[in-house]
Each structure stands twice: as C-alpha cells, then as structure tokens.
Design a protein around this ligand. Structure first.
Ligand SMILES: NC(=O)c1ccc[n+]([C@@H]2O[C@H](COP(=O)([O-])OP(=O)(O)OC[C@H]3O[C@@H](n4cnc5c(N)ncnc54)[C@H](OP(=O)(O)O)[C@@H]3O)[C@@H](O)[C@H]2O)c1
Length: 296
C-alpha cells in the first residue's frame, strides 16, 4: 500500500509516518511550514490548495490518504473563525471529494471537542455533538461535509493528544509541559474540573493504520481507556519524575482567561474501536509505561 500523509510534520502525522515505516508501508507525505527530516518523498503543501492536491494524487498515486493537518490551536480558531472553517472544514471536504473521484481511501481526524461536556459518562459515536467553540464547530462541520462527499471516509476522533514527535523524538503536549515545569521547580496548578481520555499519538497512529488496513469506514473514537482530570494525569507524570518537592496543586478552568470556551467532560467511549480490532485500547498508565524510558 502507498500512503500519503497530509501534515507529516504534526504530532500525529509524524507518528503515522514512523508507524508506516515500521510496517513496510510505502509512505509519502506533505508538510506545511517546517519540513521534517524523514527519508521519504515530501512536498510542501497548504491543505487549502485543492489544485495542488490533484497534482499530488496524480504524482504519488497513493492507495490511501490520511489527513493529519488541521488548525489545532483552540484559542486561535476562536480569534480567526474564517481560517478555522477553511482549514478544518472546507479543505478536508475538497480532499475527501478528490479521493472519492480517484478511488483513493480517505482517513480524516476529528476531536472530542465536538461535544459540549454536559454528561457524566463517556461519549459513544452515537452521541449528539454540540460544540462550544469555533474549533469544535469547524471540526464538526468538517466531519459532516467529508462524509457527505465521500461516504467511505474513515473518521477518527481523538482526545487531548500528546506523545513523542515521530521526527524530532521530543515529548510533545501536556506531559512535556508538566515535566518541564516540575523539572524547573515551578508551581503548577492543574485542572480538577475537566475530564478527558488522553490519546497518545503513537498509539493513535497504529490504530488509524489498523482501521484503514481492515477497510473500516465511518466514525471511531480513538483514545485511552482512562477518563481522568489533567490534575490526575499530572500526578502520574510527577510520580515518574522522582521529584520530592510538591509542586502540583489543584486548579480550575475558571482560573484561566482564554478566548474559547472548553467543555468540562469529553471522555470518549472506545468500545467500538476495541470490538472492531478485537483488542483493548490501553490505560493511561500503560501508555506512560510505553514512553517512560524515552522521556522520564
Ligand atoms: N492536539 C490535540 O489535543 C487534539 C485533540 C483531539 C483531536 N486532535 C486532532 O488530531 C489531528 C492531528 O493533530 P495534532 O495533535 O497532530 O496537531 P499538530 O501537531 O498541531 O499538527 C497539525 C498539523 O497541521 C498542519 N497545518 C496547519 N495548517 C495547515 C494548512 N493550512 N495546510 C497544511 N497543513 C497545515 C500544521 O503544520 P504547521 O505547524 O507547519 O502549520 C501541523 O503540522 C487534528 O485533526 C486535530 O484536530 C488533536
């Protein structure tokens, strides 16, 4: 299989590249502003350039495209909604439509932020989305439009993504932020009024490729099995760092001033992907064990 990864320098995209290489998949990619150092064919590409996407399909003739590119800064989306909808909705719709025309499998990635958080049990794929902010709104509209133009699309919703970047090998996301602050001896308040099911990018990349290889289509939630607060997540990081001083404290989302509203509960139910692949998704503890040697 030849796979085209759109957004190969992102956290998820770079992991899709390395997982593909491990599995002897013929992988090519695109990047936006920074070219990763992967030894694979790479093309600079803005996802909004539909004409160039046609040229990429003709040039690389992939069997499948995984779209890992997105405007992921939630507050920046709030401040520039036009750009958010262009990148997270209009552009993926055009990619999905072109893939359908060329008979190329298409995988799109979405978010737990399509939900408003007014629940107390993990969201299944059947739950009704109701985004609170522009980011979630643009991603939800993207989901609907991608499916409307390409019924065979596989859409995976992730939650609170972190992990080791596939190219730079650097820990990225929430654990990196917490680790760096604790190592610097900084007091670190973490939310106790938010619950999430963190997704490790390396695990998500494997799962996406397994779903694609199994020819699954439709909507799948891809996250870990542990529904926790950022505070609890932080304590798991602290416990691995062997730092004696207590630097973590309990904080609230109300304590920070941000442009975009955040849902307080976006845990994802992962039963569907587990049943589909006939294996369990990992717990957060198991995920941190996976990266312990590399980063703690
Ligand atoms: N991060 C999370 O917590 C989270 C949670 C749930 C779902 N997701 C979803 O997971 C997917 C992957 O996100 P990630 O965590 O890997 O984010 P990421 O590291 O920010 O990667 C996003 C990539 O998109 C690229 N990009 C942005 N604008 C582009 C454009 N106009 N044209 C082409 N590429 C563009 C960025 O390139 P430049 O940096 O060069 O612009 C970046 O490489 C996204 O669909 C996101 O919505 C993320």
């Amino acid at each position: 299989m030849r796979l085209l990864v759109v957004g190969a320098n992102g956290l998820l995209g770079s992991n899709v590249v390395t997982v593909s290489q491990d599995r002897d998949i013929d992988v090519v990619g695109t990047y936006h502003s920074t070219k990763p150092s992967f030894d694979i064919p790479l093309t600079k590409f803005d996802i909004q350039n539909t004409q160039q996407f046609d040229e990429l399909l003709n040039h690389y003739t992939p069997d499948a495209v995984i779209n890992c590119a997105a405007m992921t800064d939630v507050d920046a989306c709030e401040e520039n909604s036009e750009q958010a909808y262009a990148v997270n909705c209009d552009a993926p719709r055009a990619l999905a439509e072109r893939c359908a025309k060329h008979d190329v499998d298409f995988v799109h990635v979405s978010t737990d932020y399509v939900f408003d958080g007014t629940t107390a049990s993990p969201y299944t794929e059947a739950a009704t989305p109701s985004p609170l902010q522009v980011y979630g709104g643009s991603k939800r509209k993207g989901e609907k439009e991608v499916i409307a133009v390409n019924k065979e699309t596989l859409i995976t919703r992730l939650s609170f993504v972190y992990g080791i970047h596939g190219d730079t090998n650097e820990l990225t996301g929430f654990p990196a932020w917490v680790r760096n602050r604790l190592k610097n001896g900084e007091q670190t308040p973490l939310f106790t009024d938010q619950r999430i099911t963190p997704t490790r990018a390396g695990q998500a990349a494997k799962t996406l490729i397994e779903l694609l290889t199994a020819k699954r289509t439709g909507l799948y939630h891809v996250a870990c099995r542990s529904c926790i607060t950022p505070y609890k997540f932080g304590t798991q990081i602290r416990d691995r760092l062997n730092i004696q001083e207590e630097l973590l404290s309990e904080g609230s989302q109300d304590d920070v001033d941000r442009s975009a509203a955040r849902p307080s509960y976006t845990c994802l139910d992962v039963s569907k992907v587990e049943e589909s692949l006939n294996r369990l998704q990992p717990t957060l503890e198991a995920e941190l064990n996976e990266i312990e040697d590399a980063v703690f």
